[in-house]
Each structure stands twice: as C-alpha cells, then as structure tokens.
Design a protein around this ligand. Sequence first.
Ligand SMILES: [Zn+2]
Length: 115
Amino acid sequence: MKTTKTIKLAEFGIEINIVEGGASISSDLKEVCPYCKKIECYCPKCEAWYNSIQDSSDEIEKLVKEENRKSFNISIDALESLILAHACAGIDVEAYGYVEGIRTTLDAISTQYED
Ligand SMILES: [Zn+2]
C-alpha cells in the first residue's frame, strides 16, 4: 500500500500513516510489561512476572498493578483511535489547540490510573 500521508507528533511519539484504503497509528504512550518490557504482555501470562512472585500477597499486589496497566493501555488505545479517526477525517491534528487537547486528555487518563 502506498503511504499518502505521514503525520508525526513527536511529543507523544505518535506516528500516523494514512495509506490508500486504510490508516494506522502508533505511539510510545502505552505502558510496557515491567518484567519483559513488551506492550502486548499481560501478566500472569508472563514468565518473568511469574518468576518474580515472592508470596501470595506479592502476587495480589502485582496483579492489581497489572489490571491498572491493562486499563491504562485500553484508554490509550481509545485515544489513539480517536486521533486516527480525526486525522482521516481531515482534522488538523498537528494544530496547537488539538495537541493541547491530547495533552489534557493524557493528564486525565494518567490521574485516573495513578498508583
Ligand atoms: Zn511480561
């Protein structure tokens, strides 16, 4: 597929690629697994996570943190989808006001999932 437009928002590590018949977005906003450093890993499927467990209370604490990370990443997914849809619809996502809106939304998401 031929890329027709690439938009980069360096502040958020966002890269949007609009191609004929589709579009994609990537960013560095999602939190990686603290044990294996992969975004798509969710414990307790992670072997490194499993090996780090000391006792049952440690396991519960780590599971809660994982649920938090998972929810945070789902929120980021939704935000990325919205930005991508806006870019595809022709909205200037590089505009000062739009970027300010992303920043405010990220602040709200981060506050919601603070430890
Ligand atoms: Zn992992």
